[in-house]
Design a protein around this ligand. Structure first.
Ligand SMILES: [Zn+2]
Length: 651
């Protein structure tokens, strides 16, 4: 038999259907294919170009990382130990909007490929943006991959609308459809970021090109709650209703699933990718792989993106896959080492629909192989009572750094721990260069409240000048004066206003106010309102009875929780002020003013306070209004002795 390469004298773990192991075995390779697997004697029967002695080593199918986001290696360690919303909306999305482009995706992919090859991975499934660059980098390295362009209803770094995303996807799939090592496909991000049309179109595209479709399903408890509240369906039932499961779906996570969801997935042939580290790190939970396995669902393992893991080490994922169900079920027999290795190899290949090519060591399959050194102190001695001794050595004690050779499609990508198809030093230098740019951007942003506020979006600049006066008053007298000429009330409302001020040690930073208005009484504004206002450092000028303040003001609707803003802005001091406010928008001499009659509840203040305000963009207009304000004080009969020259935040 003629062969190009024969790996021999190693323990061959085939992961074929019988889980055959040759304790002294060999694998013969010709071109890109495995032509024979058997005992070491095989080497003697081959006329081989090259014989590689694998004594003391295990020859295993290359590992398959069935769910990751490879370019995110460039965001590894940027922000951790944060709640999902703060992490995503405060850090990942703004940085992605700013930095993710073709170059970012290219170098990020190369960095991930280096990391994965070093840990014995020969094939991975990716979901990100600019997948064309991801595929290009992967092809240059020589790894096998399923590359899914992520589509969602929101704008992404390379598609303003999901229609643009689908168009990009089709061109991308067309371009790569005949390339051997790359499967180009579509990845609708998740039920909560997709519309029914988007799901249907994605499924149609994947079916047309006969490729698997990638997505995230039922990752967090909140996703399921929201879906049930909105559609009265679990996320899995909902995407099924919109035709997604007609395609060959590869679903990452599936942490929060019902028995019905699992049966549905089994029926539809959905492949599930378990991501134990990511699910632990983002506190999503632990997927019930035992039950899914009982129901015959195809199972694979993935690392998820390196920004939420933070590495792409499949040895670690295999170990957690075997350990977590034991802890949860109180059964040490749950998910034995053999099953964990199967999920990381042949299982991955089945889920990605690549098992005719890869996932096990069998004649006729492509030569995707990892050779793992079993001579280190942490993996000796070796017992040979059964094959399970070997599986447990690999899964419970083996480390990614034990991997010494990696071949993909019959080609060495790593030999004796040296990478052969990429310049590792150059890739690391490029990653550091990009990280330095991100670092500068983030450091500047952290310094500047406005930049931080801009990053989360929805910001509006407000009038610079504010003319205001505050005084202690007798309520009845003011009430009466407000209801007679020359004052005309345009609008009124009554509410309880909860202000939370975020203050910073450096006053030049300005401060933030989170405001919550809960209507009371019969006001005209009926809905509760939430807003966030940033006030820059204030310049103050006294003018007759009033003060003119000039400062930058930015306002946005606060569509996230107070908790989010607190964790995101990390103020040095927090002050809370609660007041009962009656607000009147009035016209006086055809100028609009805002009059508040406030009772301070927290901190307690015994007097009723009158506040008159008007805002403008113009300095001269502010002065004119200051004059009118003096007149207004007379109209309302305010005692000048009782003017209060403090802002509420200083009470
Ligand atoms: Zn993911």
């Amino acid at each position: 038999m003629e062969a190009d390469i024969v790996l021999t004298n190693g323990t061959v773990i085939t992961m074929n259907a019988e889980r055959k192991v040759f304790s002294e075995g060999a694998v013969a390779i010709k071109g890109d294919e495995i032509i024979a697997v058997g005992p070491s004697e095989l080497a003697g029967q081959c006329q081989a170009q090259e014989i590689v002695d694998c004594s003391g080593q295990a020859i295993i199918p290359g590992l398959i990382n069935a769910h990751t986001h490879v370019p995110m290696s460039l965001l590894r360690g940027l922000a951790d130990d944060l709640r999902l919303d703060v992490w995503l909306y405060g850090y990942m999305f703004p940085v992605e909007q700013q930095f993710v482009g073709p170059e970012f995706c290219y170098w990020g992919t190369l960095l991930s490929c280096v990391e994965m090859i070093r840990s014995g991975v020969t094939c991975f499934a990716d979901m990100y943006y600019f997948e064309d660059e991801v595929a290009q980098a992967t092809a240059e390295v020589g790894m096998r991959a399923v590359c899914a362009e992520t589509i969602m209803k929101m704008p992404t770094p390379n598609a303003a609308t999901y229609e643009d995303g689908l168009r990009y996807c089709r061109e991308f799939m067309e371009r790569w459809k005949d390339y051997e090592l790359i499967v180009a496909t579509v990845g609708p991000h998740a039920p909560y970021t997709c519309t029914p049309e988007l799901l249907r179109e994605s499924a149609r595209l994947a079916i047309e090109y006969d490729v698997p479709l990638m997505t995230h399903l039922a990752e967090s408890g909140k996703e399921v709650e929201d879906s049930e509240a909105r559609y009265h369906l679990t996320p899995i039932a909902w995407v099924d209703e919109h035709g997604l499961l007609e395609a060959k779906v590869v679903a990452a996570h599936c942490v929060h699933v019902t028995e019905g969801d699992m049966r549905l997935m089994a029926r539809r042939g959905v492949g599930v990718v378990h991501n134990p580290t990511s699910n632990l790190k983002l506190a999503s939970g632990v997927a019930d792989v035992m039950r899914m396995s009982e129901l015959g669902i195809r199972l694979a393992i993935g690392t998820d993106g390196p920004a939420s893991n933070n590495d792409q080490d499949m040895f670690e994922e295999m170990r957690l896959t075997a350990l977590l169900p034991k802890g949860f079920s109180s059964s040490p027999t749950a998910v034995p080492a053999r099953q964990a290795l199967a999920m990381a190899t042949i299982g991955g290949a089945q889920v990605l629909r690549l098992d005719h090519l890869t996932g096990s060591l069998e004649a006729g399959k492509k030569a995707d192989i990892a050779v793992v050194d079993l001579s280190g102190p942490h993996v000796v001695p070796r017992f040979q009572l059964s094959d399970d001794n070997l599986y447990s050595q690999l899964v419970y004690a083996g480390k990614s750094s034990d991997v010494c050779h990696v071949l993909v499609n019959g080609r060495f990508l790593m030999r004796d721990r040296r990478l052969l198809t990429v310049d590792e030093a150059e890739i690391i230098a490029q990653a550091q260069r990009i990280a330095r740019k991100i670092n500068t951007f983030m450091a500047k942003r952290e310094e500047d409240l406005l930049d931080k506020m801009v990053a989360i979006g929805g910001l509006e600049e407000r009038e610079i000048y504010e003319v205001q006066v505050k005084a202690e008053v007798e309520e009845e007298a003011i009430w009466a004066a407000l209801h007679r000429p020359p004052i005309e009330i345009v609008r009124r409302s009554e509410y309880r206003q909860y202000d939370t001020y975020f203050l910073f040690a450096d006053p030049d930073k300005g401060h933030l106010r989170y405001r919550e208005d809960i209507p009371v009484g019969q006001g005209m504004e009926v809905k509760p309102g939430y807003s966030l206002t940033l006030r820059g450092p204030t310049k103050e000028r006294e003018y007759a009875d009033s003060v003119i303040l000039s400062r930058l003001r930015f306002r946005s609707t606060a569509d996230r929780s107070l908790r989010f803003y607190r964790e995101y802005f990390q103020p040095d001091e927090i002050k809370e002020i609660t007041k009962h406010r009656r607000r009147f928008h009035i016209m006086y001499k055809r100028v609009r003013f805002e009059i508040n009659l406030d009772r301070l509840l927290e901190p307690r203040y015994d007097q009723v306070l009158l506040e008159i305000k008007s805002r403008t963009w113009s300095g001269s207009d502010a002065e004119r209004k200051a004059q009118l304000l003096t007149e207004l004080l007379d109209v309302l009969g305010v005692d000048r002795e009782r003017l209060v020259k403090r802002e509420y935040v200083d009470f």
